[in-house]
Design a protein around this ligand. Structure first.
Ligand code: KIV
Length: 260
């Protein structure tokens, strides 16, 4: 998938599939199964490093894993997360985003809305493709009081919609929506022309992402409601990945039991 395909998918109604990967072997398999987007997520702080949250992940960690993943993929679009405190100022954002692009990412993702205006604008001015991330922001888990569904009341729902519109105006090319009510995710998806990729955000997003370890049932920690173990009923990892892709494309995932 190319960056320009993102909008085309949204326009045609074809759902975008995305899985996280942190190493060459998983990334190669996901790519060969034709996952559209591979995300080197800072969720590696949980599933690879065993941390309680993602706050301990460094730029060096992200560069190492992005390099590993980028070596083995041919077709999938590669997005890399900017870790905690790596985009506190505009100049720092540009420098660190460039390091991830040099490591092989085609797009960088970071969490937050209008409070990061300067960071979005400097990346737009320098032609660095960006994926936004609104709703639950794991890097702000302490400020948010835990891993909670966001946008349940009118005021916070409006903030998410207004943030999404602002991000689009700053050239953001796709937007992850994490843990928001399905109805709100639908409204956001209809309000902007760039695709939304949901995780715990209902079936009306323009695509779906899961942490690969979660969808393979190998996360031994807390399993959020939105996770489905696709290895159940499939005999190998390729079967599970193909089942995830089919379920996203035919919109049977996420059903109501996996949505808020
Ligand atoms: O870090 C990550 O894996 C993510 C996804 C949960 C979207 O940001």
């Amino acid at each position: 998938m190319k960056i320009s395909d993102l909008k085309a998918f949204k326009q045609s109604g074809e759902k975008i599939t995305c899985l996280t990967a942190y190493d060459a072997s998983f990334a190669k398999m996901f790519d060969q199964c034709s996952v559209d987007v591979i995300l080197v997520g800072d969720s590696l702080g949980n599933v690879i490093q065993g941390g309680e949250n993602t706050l301990g992940v460094t730029m060096e960690d992200m560069i190492y894993h992005t390099q590993s993943v980028s070596k083995s993929i041919q077709d999938a679009l590669l997005i890399a997360d900017m870790p905690y405190q790596s985009y506190d100022s505009a100049e720092q954002t540009l420098e660190n985003a460039q390091r991830l692009i040099d490591a092989g990412a085609q797009m960088v993702k970071f969490e937050g809305g209008r409070e990061h205006e300067a960071s979005f604008e400097i990346l737009q001015a320098n032609g660095v493709p960006v994926c936004g991330h609104l709703g639950l922001q794991p890097q702000s888990v302490i400020e948010m009081g835990g891993y909670k569904v966001q946008g349940r009341d009118d005021e916070s729902a409006k903030r998410i919609i207004d943030d999404a519109l602002a991000l689009e105006s700053w050239g953001v090319q796709t937007l992850v929506l994490e843990c928001v009510p399905a109805e709100l995710a639908k409204k956001v998806s209809q309000a902007i022309s760039i695709p939304t990729i949901g995780i715990g955000a209902g079936v009306d997003c323009d695509g779906q992402v899961l942490v690969s370890y979660d969808m393979l049932g190998i996360n031994t920690g807390h399993m959020p409601k939105f996770v489905k173990n696709f290895l159940k009923g499939n005999s190998d990892i390729q079967g599970a990945v193909n089942a995830f892709i089919d379920a996203v494309k035919n919109q049977s995932f996420p059903g109501d039991e996996h949505s808020y």
